[in-house]
Design a protein around this ligand. Structure first.
Ligand SMILES: [Zn+2]
Length: 355
């Protein structure tokens, strides 16, 4: 969009006071546009918050998704007199970078006024896991180490080796990605469950932890329980895709944790332990090949390409944002094609840059 056609857009943030109410402005742009769908959007959105929401994050960085959703939830409480109390529990983060882990620990430690999840018990601190690859059995990570391309491998050899690793993980996913996978946690100083539902409700998932039968229909009727909504947010490594990196694409070493990330989503959906995921990467990320196609059996996936300038901030940094939903547990009622999804998203979120 040219700077001239932007003049027709609603004004964006222009002062520091505007910044304070930016989440409110975002909500208003979605829920106060006065179209025929407004009421339906409110009902769908608020119904999700009436359940407990369990959030997890991989490739967490400084855990920006936590900050964004916290601000949005707080704005929901301030703005609307909805009969709801968001129960968002931040179950875990995970990052390979020790600086990121330290920042997360410091930012969401005992001195942060929002350290505790909204509505959660104070004792439930978020797990911080060390490495995405630690959640698979050692024999599998040993196999990956043996199969990873040599440093002097050509681009073609590296692509082929990464493809072999993905296919091997996919073929062996039933035992490589068990429901009760654990991973070293720096918060708890022990190995913790990777799956948020098992971490938070082990008594409900004994059949997945120690075997046996799942709860009978009679038991479920006698003790009704609304399973929380489970969402994963991840900003997968972009060095292989962004022009700022080496543009090695599928020859980039980040392909290996990406394979684990994708198959983790697949298994979590098959086991009905995760309902949705949000993924962020470079605008040049090949989302069709890297995630939409591999997950087409388990997930519906949409994508928008978005950057700060489209939301009214004078920074050009376009990224791909993908949302996937578990076809077993959720349904998409929005536009069908990528082009229509992009236009629909822009119709709510595009603002003029006033800074
Ligand atoms: Zn833990």
């Amino acid at each position: 969009m040219s700077p001239f056609s932007r003049q027709a857009l609603p004004p964006g943030v222009a002062t520091s006071a505007d910044l304070d109410v930016w989440p409110e402005g975002l909500l208003a742009s979605i829920f106060e546009v006065g179209d025929d769908e407004e009421q339906a959007r409110i009902v769908r959105f608020s119904s999700h918050f009436k359940r407990t929401v369990l959030m997890s994050s991989d490739y967490s960085g400084y855990w920006g998704d936590r900050e964004a959703l916290t601000l949005l939830a707080e704005a929901c409480l301030r703005m609307y007199n909805w009969d709801l109390q968001p129960q968002i529990t931040w179950v875990r983060a995970c990052d390979f970078n020790p600086v990121c882990r330290q920042v997360i620990k410091d930012a969401y430690g005992p001195y942060d006024h929002r350290a505790q999840p909204i509505g959660a018990e104070p004792s439930k601190k978020a797990c911080i896991l060390v490495n995405l690859l630690h959640r698979i059995p050692k024999v599998a990570s040993d196999w990956i180490d043996a199969a990873r391309p040599a440093k002097q491998a050509s681009v073609q050899e590296a692509v082929a080796a990464h493809q072999d690793i993905f296919e091997w993980l996919d073929a062996n996913k039933l035992w490589v990605f068990p429901a009760d996978a654990v991973s070293q946690c720096v918060t708890c100083g022990q190995e913790c469950f990777v799956q948020p539902l098992l971490k938070m409700y082990p008594e409900k998932y004994q059949h997945l932890i120690s075997g046996g039968d799942p709860p009978s229909k009679k038991a479920r009727t006698e003790q009704p329980w609304t399973r929380p909504l489970v969402i994963n947010c991840s900003g997968t490594t972009c060095t292989g895709w962004t022009p700022a990196g080496k543009c090695l694409r599928q020859a980039d070493p980040s392909e290996i944790p990406h394979a684990v990330y994708v198959l983790d989503r697949m298994r979590s959906a098959q086991l009905e332990l995760e309902d949705a995921f949000i993924q962020e990467n470079s605008a040049f990320y090949d989302y069709m090949v890297k995630i939409k196609k591999p997950l087409e059996q388990t997930h519906g996936i949409i994508k928008v390409v978005w950057g700060p300038i489209k939301g009214g901030f004078p920074v050009r940094r376009e990224r791909s944002y993908m949302a996937g939903w578990n076809k077993k547990t959720m349904a998409w009622v929005g536009p069908e094609t990528d082009e229509d999804v992009q236009a629909h998203f822009a119709s709510f979120c595009c603002t003029r840059c006033g800074l």
